[in-house]
Design a binder for this molecule. Structure first.
Ligand code: BGC
Length: 269
């Protein structure tokens, strides 16, 4: 019995499991990205909080991390612009000393019937959701290849696989991200860089505010989820922290779905 007294309440691997690592999270000023940034910092990582536009929300995330004795810095960039990404990643490496983890989280979605979709909408969704991960991954991986490896985590969606009428551009971009993950996992493996997709289902974030604010639509969505609830950003953030840690070093080239069972529900969406 006496040995029990000496056992820690949580396994050591969950404490500060990212101590010494530097992680850059795109689109980290709100929603899932914000929670990922907070959670990575809680486990000891130095975190880059990428944002676009006004700095206020990103600075709030940096402050929230500092309040918990974590380390973070705000990193402005439009992830769809090569010059922005080059500047952001090199500034982050200069300040944090290295980059071990990149979380490609920035994403947008637009709903419109396919017959009415515009070229502008298509280009915008593709630029942020697919070109962004290409640019950020290339910059981060060039550094990781020199420093002995790292982890790229793409926040994809159940819609990398599951059709979603009205969201053709979003589905095409996420489907592309699924293939990018599988392809890069092979190409970057010799550099000890792991590439993993996380595919959330319905998570309570600003991206699906319209559904969540409409009681009928919200109820219909919950009925599609076997676990009977909409996910929280923290559900996704905890998974990302595990994937970013050394405990997940044998995982690459695959998608981890986190959707309360949504994808397996017959007739879903
Ligand atoms: C989308 C949400 C949608 C969810 C489940 C996510 O990828 O961003 O709008 O509710 O998938 O369909």
């Amino acid at each position: 019995m006496s040995t029990l007294r000496h056992m820690p309440s949580t396994p050591p691997s969950q404490h500060r499991s990212l101590q010494g690592k530097a992680a850059l999270v795109t689109g980290a000023s709100s929603g899932i990205g914000r929670e990922i940034a907070l959670e990575l910092a809680r486990r000891g990582a130095v975190v880059g909080v990428n944002y676009i536009g006004k700095p206020d929300a990103a600075q709030e995330v940096v402050q929230a991390i500092a309040n918990e004795q974590g380390k973070a810095l705000a990193c402005e960039a439009d992830v769809s612009k090569a010059a922005d990404v080059t500047r952001m990643v090199s500034d982050f490496i200069k300040q944090a000393g290295r980059i071990d983890v990149l979380v490609n989280n920035a994403g947008i979605e637009e709903e419109s019937p396919f017959l009415e979709k515009t070229e502008e909408e298509w280009d915008k969704v593709m630029a942020v959701n697919l070109k962004g991960p290409f640019l950020c991954t290339q910059m981060a991986a060039r550094s990781m290849a020199k420093t002995g490896g790292g982890t790229i985590i793409n926040i994809s969606s159940v819609h990398e696989d599951l059709p979603f009428p009205g969201y053709a551009s979003y589905c095409a971009a996420k489907g592309g991200l699924r293939m990018l993950c599988r392809d890069l996992a092979l190409e970057l493996a010799p550099h000890k860089i792991n590439v993993v997709n996380v595919a959330p289902g319905a998570i309570a974030t600003p991206i699906n505010l319209r559904t969540l604010q409409d009681p009928e639509k919200k109820l219909a969505l919950i009925r599609e989820i076997p676990l009977g609830r909409i996910g929280e950003p923290s559900d996704v953030a905890k998974l990302v922290c595990y994937l970013a840690s050394d405990d997940a070093s044998y995982i690459t080239g695959t998608t981890v779905v986190i959707d309360g069972g949504l994808m397996h529900q017959t007739g879903s969406l």
